[in-house]
Design a binder for this molecule. Sequence first.
Ligand code: LLP
Length: 417
Amino acid sequence: MHHFQYKEDELYCEDVPVRLIAEKIGTPCYIYSLATLSHHFMTFDSAFINVSHLTCYSVKANSNIAILKLFGSMGGGVDIVSGGELYRARKAGIPPERIVYSGVGKTVEEIDFALREKILMFNIESTQELKQINRRAEKTGTRPSVSLRVNPDIDPNTHPYISTGMKRNKFGISVDSALQAYEEAKDLKNIDIVGLDCHIGSQLTDVTPFVDALKRLRSLIDRLRQKGACIKYLDLGGGLGIVYDQESPPQPHEYARALLRELEDIDCTLIFEPGRVIVGNAGLLVTKVLYTKRTQAKNFIITDGAMNDLIRPSLYGSYHHIQPVVRSLKETEIVDVVGPICESGDFLARDRGLPMPESGDYLAVMSAGAYGFTMSSNYNSRPRAPEVLVKGGQFSVIRERETWEDLVRPEIIPDFL
Ligand code: LLP
């Protein structure tokens, strides 16, 4: 469910024509629907209403502080993976007791920052990290709670770059080593092991891998408890997929039902780290057609949006639906939608059926709310796009377009030149 619909032939975000925003703010531009964001957050969170849980939205999917603030105001916490994300979360007013910190490579500075902020817990991914956190806790006179991130060795059947819970992936500790890690952790004086965590991958369209991973964690919890461990939290990560094209991922309530079946009498607070399922279909990227060009081999639509704005098609071969912002009766043709960047890998769509637009027309690249702006870059010295949040009939810029001056501001020409 989302609030991007045509009224007559105009695409609207809630009650605002997308064309109007494109004209006022310029293109390329990310547009998010507040009603969709809140609806998705609520739908996910309320699927677990009957059990003790905390929904920690995964900041990496879309880290704009206005969006973090919205989820915080709805009772959400966050999953962070860097000091920068912690900084954003705190700026957005997320209470520290609702912050969990994952990631294989936390630096000393980042660990110290999280210790100062007194976050809910660290999800640790190696025994070296465990000892590092223990050392930093001793140094700073703190006593953090820690969960062990387990790599359950489950194939999530998703793109290899975004599968994270298989033996060959860098993430977490194997089930067997987790028992060993727990023994080592018991002797560390400045940390408390309070839970288990896993995240097996992203854009999963079937519940089976989630359930399989959960079964492995559940039996590990039993074994740890036999050893006297006090496991209060079970963090099941994120990963629930969305519809980009023809997928049929489970709805949050189906996902919840499948998990809760395995979780009877678990006696843990559950933590979830959803990203994409909350924000993915709540945003689009609007871009303007600069030129069209027909060659012997292909028809090209050249837009002002490019791979630096939305890298998912180039990086993962991902499908994003593209539709005209104002519908016309033109015939559909097979086209490549490409950006101005000097690489053949710079495309938003390939061999797509679209009505051939005219120069100056706008196109909406759909399902761009997750891993869109957050993965954007300045490649080819292109300023990053602005972000706009729509609420009913009003809209507000929540991140300004970067300027050429912004691009060079941190750069320094040394005296010896
Ligand atoms: N928790 C952890 C520890 C994660 O690593 C991730 C995503 C999430 C939660 C949220 O997963 P989600 O619910 O969004 O699937 N850039 C890729 C996706 C990378 C996901 C990385 N980790 C893409 O554009 O598809």
